[in-house]
Design a protein around this ligand. Structure first.
Ligand SMILES: [Zn+2]
Length: 246
């Protein structure tokens, strides 16, 4: 049934959306893609960036992985298979995107596994905990600073702090840092609250994630941004003083 649903959906797409957007698909086929935005999102089936942003084919270059994480750059590059880094490299160096958005989300299973650690039902998986350990230090910091808070509150804080950690890691790629300093690339830390359908963006002035209102948002990192202003430490310090934190 699940696959039937998929094929029915594709048939509907072919007869409907594809035909309605034939000019667009012909142009994309002949001219190639030239998206201005790279979005790094979670593989979670509930958080589809194209649907959330109501974009059309060709507008978003998308990387989806467990918990929307960006690993730090490996320099010099090693011979392992860096899927996320390769996709980011192609978008930034090859396509010349102007924005990179890291989009975390509420109720993230990958972050939940990271928060629960050895108590997680996924703790003995082959790859999962190694991948999410990209934000291990961030997780440990939040757990320590929010001691006594509920598990859900801690998980939400880790979800948001992990987005900042990923933005920080983006800046470890030399070709990203160079473009940011040249003013041709900006980075954004966003978080989607699926229970409210609300998008949040990191506010560098207050160091917390605020609901996005209207159609403009300040970039998290642009030319001249001090990376000390976007650290997970600063975020955690800002929310640790709030009761409740969210
Ligand atoms: Zn997730």
């Amino acid at each position: 049934m699940a696959l039937e649903r998929l094929l029915k959906g594709f048939s509907d797409f072919h007869l409907g959306y594809y035909r309605e957007h034939l000019d667009l698909f012909e142009r994309l086929a002949s001219e190639g893609q030239s998206p201005k935005i790279l979005i790094v999102a979670c593989a979670d089936a509930r958080v589809d960036p194209g649907i959330l942003t109501q974009t059309v084919p060709g507008e978003l270059f998308t990387v989806r992985n467990v918990a929307a994480m960006v690993p730090p750059a490996q320099f010099p590059p090693d011979a392992r298979h860096h899927g996320t880094s390769a996709a980011i490299e192609f978008a930034v160096r090859g396509l010349g995107v102007e924005h990179v958005v890291v989009l975390g989300h509420a109720l993230c299973g990958g972050i939940g596994a990271l928060v629960d650690g050895r108590g997680s039902v996924y703790a003995d998986y082959d790859y999962l905990s190694t991948w999410t350990s990209i934000a291990q230090d961030t997780r440990d910091l939040v757990v320590q600073e929010l001691k006594g808070r509920s598990r859900d509150e801690v998980a939400r804080a880790v979800e948001q702090a992990a987005v900042l950690n990923s933005v920080k890691n983006l800046m470890s790629f030399r070709w990203i840092a160079e473009k940011v300093e040249a003013g041709t690339l900006v980075l954004h830390a966003w978080w989607f609250n699926m229970t409210k359908g609300q998008l949040y963006a990191f506010n560098s002035a207050t160091a917390v994630f605020d609901p996005v209102v209207g159609f403009t948002v300040e970039p998290t990192v642009g030319r001249g941004t001090a990376l000390s202003s976007i650290t997970p430490e600063r975020f955690v310090a800002a929310i640790a003083g709030k009761k409740p934190a969210f």
